[in-house]
Ligand binder design. Sequence first.
Ligand code: HPA
Ligand code: ZN
Length: 319
Amino acid sequence: MKLPLVELHLHIEGTLEPELLFELAERNAVTLPWASLAELRAQYDFTDLQSFLDLYYRALDVLRERVDFTDLTCAYLARARTAGVRHAEIFFDPQAHTSRGVPLRTALAGVRDALERSVDEWGISTQLIVTFLRDRPADEALQILREILAGEIPIDGIGLDSAEVDYPPELFTEVFDLARAHGLRLVAHAGEEGPPDYVWQALDLLGVERVDHGIRSLEDEALLDRLVRDRIPLTVCPFSNVRLRVIDTLADHPIVRMIDRGLLVCINSDDPAYFGGYIDDNLAALDAEFGLGPDRLALLARNGIEASFLTPAAKAALA
Ligand code: HPA
Ligand code: ZN
């Protein structure tokens, strides 16, 4: 039987598969810089986070109309269902769309249209987490958050993503304070390429409940003590870590060390269309590499449930 999986670190824009990208380009008469699927796929050879982000933002140009965002999200949910995902807390980057002229409402409503069908069509409950691009001004994030709070499309939480180094969490305290005041859940990417200090800042200045990636926490024993003591989840993304060269190879991944240290780690796919696979592929590769076995695979799945923003009753129903 498939484990009931929860996915907590998934950028919906990072699920844009090459085939859908080309289909949307044709539908919207967008001229692409790549002549074929093969030429596009040949670009998926990243040297670091920024080299990936350059392609990720470029590819989004094909998303223009509300229905495009719906189609993108439906395609992910259908694939997630085959992986055994029962609940997904999905990241969405408004600024990746508003900055190129797509209205906030168009993009957000398109994603929401798909999420509203998710339980009935794929048996997947969802939450929506708006992620702000940390390499853009905090004032812009604040303005978009205010616009969302004033609108009629609900979100469940906020996060921080994009280029990390030189953009510390402390820049976004006002944004997170506003989100907290409105009862939103709080997460942030930290300790992916950035130092452990950024994880401390995310916890102590932004008050995040969960840390995305957080892999560089391993460099700071006091931080590890804190994460273990407070059972702060880390949403780990093994294929992403390899493809963005945070680690050299999957064999070097510290997932076993993280489990053994008592960290509340769960496995996620980040940007599956770009990094070589979905959540089930990540888990299968870890199992093959480290011989995790059924007990540790089940532990990772249970950690995901615990780390989620589901109610205690919904968690109990999944476990
Ligand atoms: N890190 C930071 N920003 C991102 C990522 C990531 O892995 N994916 C999409 N935006
Ligand atoms: Zn991410």
